[in-house]
Design a protein around this ligand. Structure first.
Ligand code: HEC
Length: 121
C-alpha cells in the first residue's frame, strides 16, 4: 500500500464510516423492542390478569381449598392500595413484593379494575 493510497483510504473511511457512527450515537433512549406491546389494552390487561391466575385463580377466583386470596369482585382501590404496599415493602409477603414490582402504577390500576369487575364466587 503506498502512501497516497493510504491517505485516500483514510479519507474514504472518514467520508463513509464516521458520519454513520455519529448518526447512531444521537438517540438518547434505546427504541422499545418490537415485542414489547403495551399492556394497557383490553387484551394486554387480560394477559396481565392471566399471570395472577396461576396463584389467584382464573378471573381472580382461586381453586377450592386454596389459601391464596380471591381477587374477583374486590374493590379496585383496595387492590391498588395493597399492591402499592407490597411494592414499598410495607405489607408482609412471601412472593407479592417481587411480583408487585413488575408492574407500573398504570398497569396495577388496570389489572385492579379488571378484577374488581369479575363476579366473586
Ligand atoms: C406465585 C403466586 C402468585 C402470583 C403469580 C400472584 N400472587 Fe398475589 N398473592 C400471592 C400470595 C402467596 C399472597 C399472600 C401474600 C404473600 O405471601 O406474598 C398474595 C396476595 C395478594 C394480594 C393481597 C390479598 C389479601 O387479601 O391480602 C393481592 C391484592 C394480590 N396478591 C394481587 C395479585 C395480582 C394483581 C397479581 C398479578 C399481577 C398477583 N397477585 C399474582 C401469590 C401470588
Amino acid at each position: 500500500m503506498n502512501r497516497q493510497f493510504r491517505t485516500y483510504f483514510a479519507a474514504a473511511l472518514l467520508a463513509t464510516g464516521f458520519p454513520a457512527a455519529a448518526q447512531q450515537a444521537a438517540p438518547t433512549a434505546p427504541p422499545a423492542p418490537a415485542f414489547a406491546a403495551s399492556n394497557l389494552t383490553e387484551s394486554g390487561v387480560r394477559a396481565m390478569a392471566a399471570t395472577c391466575a396461576s396463584c389467584h385463580g382464573t378471573g381472580g377466583k382461586p381453586v377450592a381449598g386454596s389459601n391464596v386470596a380471591a381477587l374477583a369482585g374486590r374493590a379496585k382501590d383496595d387492590i391498588v392500595q395493597v399492591m402499592a404496599q407490597f411494592k414499598e415493602g410495607k405489607r408482609p409477603a412471601t412472593v407479592m413484593h417481587q411480583i408487585a414490582k413488575g408492574y407500573s402504577d398504570a398497569e396495577v390500576a388496570a389489572v385492579a379494575d379488571y378484577f374488581s369487575k369479575q363476579t366473586a364466587r
